[in-house]
Design a protein around this ligand. Structure first.
Ligand code: HEM
Length: 179
């Protein structure tokens, strides 16, 4: 039930997939709001919420990679070496890289501001970069560009999944209901 099998996604992978999907959409919306508002005492909690959810997304991305070493995901549906499967594989690798690089760039840039990075309203994370305005600007610039890339890849991922859903090849059912 919890583990993946050679043909089906187990409950752990499915829960991780949908939890991360929800978190990432929330983070993309919240981040877009953050860059449009004035940082002051009344909006500080929104920054804290974004950092908290962002760190959760980073931990879950690692957890998912570790889980897939313990319980490998099933092979794609359809004939092997199909171009669509190769494209999906490349998109998944890029999604994982972005799910690691985006929160890390946010953490680096936030550390470089010299302010404490506080999550859950009370836990101060270690600074992973020295205080530096240049690093802060470069980190947030990278965070911004990478999130735009993620948005584009997510749209591709959703379009691919929808096409497979229309073809009834079992891919959508596997990641929702399991098998
Ligand atoms: C998967 C995780 C994350 C996603 C998807 C995400 C997404 C975003 C997005 C879309 C923006 C707006 C970028 C722009 O349009 O310029 C943003 C801004 C921001 N993010 Fe993240 N973020 C994540 C993780 C983090 C983490 C872990 C931190 C810090 C510990 C962080 C700190 C910030 C800050 C402080 C801003 C505002 C930057 C500014 O005011 O210029 N983010 N984020």
């Amino acid at each position: 039930m919890w583990r993946n099998t050679p043909t089906a996604f187990g409950l752990t992978t499915r829960l991780l997939h949908w939890l991360m999907a929800g978190l990432i959409v929330a983070l993309l919306v919240l981040g877009t709001v953050l860059v449009r508002i004035q940082p002051d005492l009344s909006t500080l909690w929104l920054y804290g919420l974004h950092k908290t959810l962002g760190l959760c997304a980073l931990v879950l991305a690692f957890a998912r990679l570790v889980w897939h070493r313990i319980s490998p995901p099933p092979a794609p549906t359809g004939p092997p070496n199909q171009w669509a499967n190769r494209a999906a594989r490349a998109a998944h690798v890029a999604l994982y890289l972005l799910m690691l690089a985006i929160p890390l760039s946010g953490w680096i840039a936030s550390s470089a501001t010299g302010l404490d990075v506080v999550i859950f309203g009370q836990i101060t994370l270690p600074a992973i970069a020295p205080t530096s305005e240049a690093l802060e600007n470069a980190g947030f610039a990278a965070h911004s560009v990478l999130t735009k890339l993620l948005m584009a890849l997510l749209l591709t991922h959703i379009a691919g999944a929808t096409l497979r859903g229309l073809k009834h090849d079992g891919t959508l059912r596997r990641i929702t209901k399991g098998s």
